[in-house]
Design a binder for this molecule. Structure first.
Ligand SMILES: Nc1ncnc2c1ncn2[C@@H]1O[C@H](COP(=O)(O)OP(=O)(O)OP(=O)(O)O)[C@@H](O)[C@H]1O
Ligand SMILES: [Mg+2]
Length: 370
């Protein structure tokens, strides 16, 4: 925590320094992850990043500059016209590149509407940012770590509540279906006893046959429930047959035609690895059922040296992966985020390829030997 405050202080000192160089009145350093403002530091009485947010005009100007990769110099009038909330001062906004998908901008404002930043100021700012590239990189890293920690906490609490919800659902299922129906059978058998005593044997036989059918339904229901809890086929026959079983059930229940291809000799794996892989596949297949509107599904299980690869491809509606990953993990949708987390925890990784209208392929790669 201290470290991040150190980095923020460092950034503020940097802003002060650059403001001094170009005679600016105030300044912001903004870091974007794609189009989302991931972090920012402001100077001169601007509240800390946790307490507020930079003015909308500053964010949109910075984003525009990050997108185009070109610096922007505006007079006070232009800047004020550029959007609401401008300070009336002139401004200069300079983009900088970080690692991967992260980029940012430094935004400086002058107090006087007639003041104009010049090419010289731009060179000074670019030089100053170049020198502190490492610090900015550190800021990214710390922010990533903070984001990661926040996500872990949310995933953990989501997993716990999901587990509890699942237990509630199972208890309600058992109560509503199985127990009620068993009570029904119990009374029916009492009735049968009575019928036998009264020697009304054909009626007794009819009641017995109804009771039997009802018990048969109970047994199937309990089997289904047990399968959802933990498919015994996973212990008895292994990963591929268990996935195949699930895919076949999808065909029966959701009308999605599925095939399973197994490539290479797939011997039995460590049971923890089998369960992990099965649950990961289940997460992906649940998404196919819920979201894809697919009619066909191809599942491949391939052994690649020390790794097992499961790829699941549907011919459904697809989605914008970057957009969804950016949005998920904050609210309701945790499936893909937790899929990635769990695969990484098992020493593996996940690849998601999808395009709106073109189906989805999710590949999970996990080592099968510790
Ligand atoms: N196979 C797929 N086809 C189409 N869209 C998909 C597919 N898989 C995921 N998506 C999209 O990605 C979003 C995020 O999926 P994710 O599994 O993270 O959350 P969820 O399924 O909505 O909720 P949760 O898994 O937490 O119950 C989904 O809401 C859906 O819009
Ligand atoms: Mg999901």
């Amino acid at each position: 925590m201290n470290e991040i405050n150190d980095v923020r202080k460092h950034m503020r000192d940097l802003l002060d320094l650059i403001m001094g160089l170009v005679h600016a009145e105030s300044g912001f350093l903004l870091v974007f992850e794609r189009t989302r403002l991931a972090a920012w530091v402001g100077t001169h009485g601007v509240p800390d990043a946790e307490g507020g947010s930079p003015p909308d005009t500053v964010i949109s100007t910075a984003l525009e500059v990050v997108r185009s990769g070109k610096p922007l110099i505006a007079t006070g009038r232009e800047y004020a016209e550029g959007g609401p909330g401008g300070t009336g001062g002139s401004s200069i906004t300079v983009p900088f590149l970080g690692k991967g998908r992260v980029a940012g901008a430094l935004h400086m404002e002058g107090a006087d509407p007639d003041h104009r930043f010049c090419q010289d100021d731009l060179v000074k700012i670019e030089d100053a940012i170049r020198d502190v590239g490492v610090d900015i990189e550190n800021l990214f890293l710390y922010l990533k770590m903070e984001e990661q920690k926040r996500l872990h906490r949310m995933l953990l609490s989501k997993m716990i509540s999901a587990q509890e919800d699942e237990r509630k659902r199972i208890a309600a299922d058992i109560h509503d279906d199985t127990v009620q129906s068993l009570i029904g059978s119990f009374y029916r058998l009492e009735g049968v006893e009575l019928l036998i005593e009264q020697e009304r044997l054909s009626e007794a036989r009819e009641e017995l046959s109804k009771t039997r059918a009802s018990l048969q339904r109970n047994i199937s229901g309990m089997r289904r429930l047990m399968f959802d809890l933990h498919p015994s086929i996973l212990d008895d026959a292994g990963l591929a047959p268990a996935i195949e079983n699930y895919v076949n059930r999808m065909e029966d229940q959701d009308g999605i035609r599925g095939v399973l291809h197994v490539e290479g000799e797939l011997e039995r794996l460590d049971s923890t690895v089998e369960v992990t892989l099965y649950r990961l596949a289940q997460e992906v297949l649940t998404n196919v059922r819920k979201h894809s509107e697919a009619t066909e599904l191809v599942v491949k299980v391939v052994r690649r040296g020390e790794m097992i690869e499961i790829s699941i491809r549907d011919n459904g509606v697809g989605f914008d992966v970057d957009e969804v990953l950016e949005e998920t993990g904050h609210g309701e949708h945790f499936g893909l985020k937790s899929l990635i987390e769990r695969a990484e925890l098992a020493g593996g990784r996940v690849k998601i390829e999808s395009c709106p209208g073109e189906g989805t392929e999710v590949t999970v790669l996990v080592p099968w030997r510790k």
